[in-house]
Design a protein around this ligand. Structure first.
Ligand SMILES: *Cc1c(COP(=O)(O)O)cnc(C)c1O
Length: 392
């Protein structure tokens, strides 16, 4: 039992190993004498249809760097989906700005454009759409709202490497797109991240901020107060080959997702994430579905997940609503930006019933499970079907 949990991930080829070894042998470990970092940045920005890319330490820092590069700071409001991984919210808090939740869509789990404008105030500076499991947010609608209210867009693409909205790659709509290469993502160096932009000006600003405020080169004059967000050459050596493999892997995950969707179609209470027509390429950084316990004699989600794991299917519960985590307790005591905040900010999950339902119901299976063959996927559906029988 459980022997399939770590199927084939990460995939590391002979070429990947050769590149890492070459860096070690040549003493090329950091940006200062890098080769692969620059090849990676060129190739990754081409993949996403933009001119500029910075490779960074992780996806969380990429978001922080994005907000900082766009000048978002003290007391500014930033709209984010109520349902997302915590970094989307903490990056805003760390800038002394205020994350304002927006309700998500019931079928795609992505931010609902129809619910954005109700949260806009004179202090709103930006929106961070999160492309959940590589499913594109409705970017035409979001860009329209951003244009009308003069807001920045930062796309959190931590799930969306290589994913596309209509004809255009995700990460290329907004002012900045941010990516993660942490171990669970579809491209990985264990840790790592990327910051992409179409704007030379934003890229130049970010290039300073991510390098201790220091222009690249020999100077010790630091132009502004900031931190160090640089990726290492070894990470780039591991990532470079993954760009070439991405498209084929997405095709495999896509066809296996469609197959698995068919297998679970007639199981009441299992509702996979829906795909809109505009999400023309979805990377499936995870297979997500709602587990509706009322169809399973109210057996709790935790029990269902443990049952899957016992049967060799890796499974996890999804994120809570971001403000339901403990770090959002006692806001006014803990965070200076809330001390003088005039707006009556009361984060309440009652105002976000869809996000609440999704955070309570969604189960996800990691993307590498979608590299299994159809026999395994059919068996997965059978195992799910037997859940109630086994436990009742
Ligand atoms: C993983 C993730 C991040 C953060 O990336 P790290 O590299 O782990 O810091 C941000 N946003 C979302 C939606 C993520 O899933």
């Amino acid at each position: 039992m459980g022997e399939n949990l770590n199927t084939q991930w990460p995939i590391i080829t002979e070429l990947d190993k050769q590149r890492v070894l070459e860096c070690l042998e040549e003493g090329r470990l950091w940006r200062g004498n890098a080769k692969y970092i620059f090849e990676f940045e060129k190739s990754f920005s081409e993949l996403h249809g933009v001119d500029f890319c910075l490779s960074v330490t992780n996806g969380t820092h990429a978001l922080e760097l994005a907000l900082e590069s766009l000048g978002i700071g003290s007391g500014d409001e930033v709209l984010i989906p109520a349902y997302t991984f915590i970094s989307t919210a903490t990056a805003v808090l760390i800038r002394n700005a205020i994350p304002i939740p927006v309700e998500v869509c019931e079928d795609t789990y992505c931010i609902n454009p129809l619910r954005i404008e109700e949260q806009i105030t004179s202090k709103t500076k930006a929106i961070i759409p999160v492309h959940i499991a590589g499913h594109a947010c409705d970017m035409d609608e979001i860009m329209k709202i951003a244009g009308k209210h003069n807001l920045y867009i930062i796309e959190d693409c931590a799930h969306a490497h290589g994913s596309v909205y209509k004809e255009k790659p995700l990460g290329s709509f907004g002012d900045v797109g941010t990516f993660s290469f942490q171990a669970s993502k579809v491209m990985t160096a264990g840790e790592g991240g990327a910051f992409i932009t179409k704007s030379k000006e934003v890229w130049e600003k970010a290039s300073l901020i991510f390098n201790c405020g220091r222009p690249m080169g020999a100077t010790y004059d630091h132009l502004l107060l900031s931190s160090n967000y640089r990726m290492s050459e070894l990470q780039a050596a591991l990532l470079l080959g993954q760009i070439d493999r991405l498209k084929k892997q997405i095709e495999t995950r896509n066809s296996n997702t469609q197959f698995l969707n068919k297998c679970v179609k007639n199981i009441d209470g299992i509702r996979p994430q829906q795909r809109k027509e505009y999400a023309t390429v979805q990377g499936y950084s995870m297979y997500m579905f709602r587990y509706q316990k009322e169809y399973f004699n109210n057996l709790p989600r935790e029990m269902f997940i443990n049952y899957l794991i016992d049967n060799g299917i890796p499974a996890f519960k999804t994120y809570p609503i971001f403000f339901e985590t403990s770090l959002f307790d006692n806001l006014k005591e803990k965070y200076t930006q809330f001390h003088h905040y005039n707006r009556d900010i009361q984060y309440s999950s009652d105002d976000f019933p869809i996000s609440k339902k999704i955070s309570e119901e969604v189960v996800w299976i990691p993307h590498y499970y979608l590299f299994h063959d159809q026999i395994d996927l059919e068996r997965t559906a059978q195992i799910i079907r037997k859940f109630v029988e086994v436990y009742d």
